[in-house]
Design a binder for this molecule. Structure first.
Ligand SMILES: C[S@@+](CC[C@H](N)C(=O)[O-])C[C@H]1O[C@@H](n2cnc3c(N)ncnc32)[C@H](O)[C@@H]1O
Length: 476
């Protein structure tokens, strides 16, 4: 990142979130190799990080130009030729209402459109940095993949790529991650404040090798060689596919899963420890069986592609919960005695005051799902997968429920074959959000956008009846 940012003729480098100073240390190394004089400039919110920076080898002199102030609220009044940062990664639900509305206002003013409220702090940090990048200046930021995969991503990148030149996007295979053990898919973005171009370099690092990566950046992204897979991509295709994802032939406009099925998240109990019971616990509490339904909680509880009565039997035998207390709106007073007692116990534990639960009336009333023929394990370490539900269970929030739009058995079986097809599974990367160690998360609406390749539909004999809008898109 330093190699890129200093690739121009800058005589200084600015880090708006200095922290313990990893970039300053890297800059010193690069400067000494290149025998250049570079001024280290920075900002940092937390004064305590100064000591960490000193402890990790920087000198008082190196930190002389670091200002301890808020880069977002109180930005510099000048511009910089080289900016580099690992911005604070704070997701939207951890921001105060006040901060959120400040950021929204700032973003709207800058890009002329408001970004969806799910954009995190780092997104605005990035925008603020672009704002203080001088003409021809270079910026390198490392950020989580959500900046390319969140609902706000398209608005954000359309503006960025209309106004700046994207030189490179560098992604990392799980084995090469710059942050081992952190549940984030980190991506490096290298941009210039210059006229946008129609293409850029997109790379994937396959092994952790700083020197090789640095030399490649230094060669102006030319000699990638072993360990770095690089492609030239058009901005247009990358915007459609998503900058975090490998190149595709654009998003296919053919059939999507939503044409054949719809997805709903699994049941959120609000207190699994109370509502999701083992067989022994349900027996101990004398809960009448008509209030209990068979359920699965953790994705780990379903190791394969099928849930059969045997799967549930194994879970019971190993003492895992499999029974969901599924109460309806029956008033407490008319519930059978053991249930009345248990509900009272829940109130003693203060469950009725919990945020999700307190919105229900009565508080113990459980969400209802029809048994889905398919489940989808939506957050997995490289194994997001579809599951055939042959045990009549309902899932909790570790899974999505997938309901075919038609009920004939023949249709369901054909759809099952399509869902299991490796080509279908590989398309999950086109709609999912990526996390550390290759994990991918797919939410209900995104799952419905999953492209189903025509060849796969043909292979399994599933007929597709495009809507007039789809016919238009495929030019039929
Ligand atoms: C991910 S860390 C940066 C790590 C740094 N590159 C290093 O080597 O340690 C983000 C840093 O941003 C700082 N920070 C958070 N909000 C900030 C703000 N509004 N302005 C400036 N710095 C901020 C945090 O205190 C933290 O040190």
């Amino acid at each position: 990142m330093i190699t890129y940012a200093l690739g121009g003729s800058s005589t200084e480098i600015f880090d708006p979130a200095v922290g313990a100073g990893a970039f300053f240390r890297a800059a010193k190394t690069v400067i000494s190799i290149q025998q250049r004089e570079i001024k280290l400039l920075g900002m940092e919110l937390d004064p305590e990080s100064r000591q960490q920076a000193l402890d990790t080898g920087l000198s008082v002199g190196d930190l002389r130009e670091v200002e301890f102030r808020d880069f977002l609220l109180n930005p510099p009044t000048r511009v910089f030729d080289a900016i580099v940062a690992n911005p604070p990664y704070i997701r939207h639900h951890r921001l105060s209402q006040e901060t959120k509305s400040y950021l929204k206002h700032f973003g709207t003013k800058l890009i002329g459109k408001s970004l969806d409220g799910r954009a995190g702090y780092h997104v605005y940090f990035f925008l603020r940095a672009l704002q203080v990048l001088s003409k021809q200046g270079r910026l390198a930021f490392i950020m989580p993949a959500d900046v390319c995969e969140g609902v706000f991503a398209n608005t954000l990148w359309r503006w960025v790529l209309d106004n700046y030149r994207l030189d490179a996007v560098i992604t990392f295979a799980p084995e090469a991650t710059p942050f081992p053990g952190v549940d984030t898919n980190a991506i490096v973005f290298m941009l210039r404040n210059d006229k946008p171009r129609t293409t850029f370099t997109w790379a994937k690092c396959l092994s952790p090798n700083d020197a090789k990566l640095s030399a490649w950046v230094d060669s102006n992204f030319q000699n990638s060689g072993i360990g770095i897979h690089a492609n030239s991509r058009t901005i247009k295709e990358a915007l459609e596919t998503g900058l975090s994802r490998p190149p595709s032939n654009g998003v296919p406009h053919g059939a999507v899963l939503g044409d054949f099925a719809f997805a709903v998240r699994g049941i959120a109990t609000g207190a699994n420890e109370f509502f999701f019971l083992t067989q022994a616990r349900a027996r101990e509490l004398c809960i009448p069986t008509e209030w209990l339904i068979s359920a699965v909680g953790r994705t780990r509880d379903v190791p394969g592609e099928w849930i059969t009565p045997d799967t549930i039997g194994d879970l019971k035998a190993s003492g895992r919960p499999t029974l969901l207390l599924s109460l309806d709106g029956t008033p407490q007073a008319t519930l059978p005695e053991p249930l009345r007692q248990y509900v009272k116990h829940g109130e003693e534990l203060g469950l009725d005051k919990r945020s999700l639960i307190s919105s229900r009336n009565p508080w113990y009333k459980m969400e209802v799902r029809t048994t889905p023929p398919f489940l989808f394990a939506y957050l997995g370490r490289r194994n997001a997968r579809f599951i055939r539900n042959l045990a009549g269970v309902v899932p909790l929030t570790g899974f999505l429920c997938l309901y075919p739009r038609r009920t004939e058995l023949d249709f369901i079986e054909k759809l099952w074959n399509v869902l299991r097809d490796p080509e279908t599974i590989s398309n999950l990367a086109l709609v999912g959000k990526s996390y550390g160690a290759g994990a991918i998360k797919v939410e209900p609406r995104a799952l419905e956008r999953l492209p189903l390749p025509e060849s796969v539909l043909r292979r399994w004999g599933l007929d597709w009846n495009p809507t007039p809008e789809q016919l238009n898109l495929i030019g039929a």
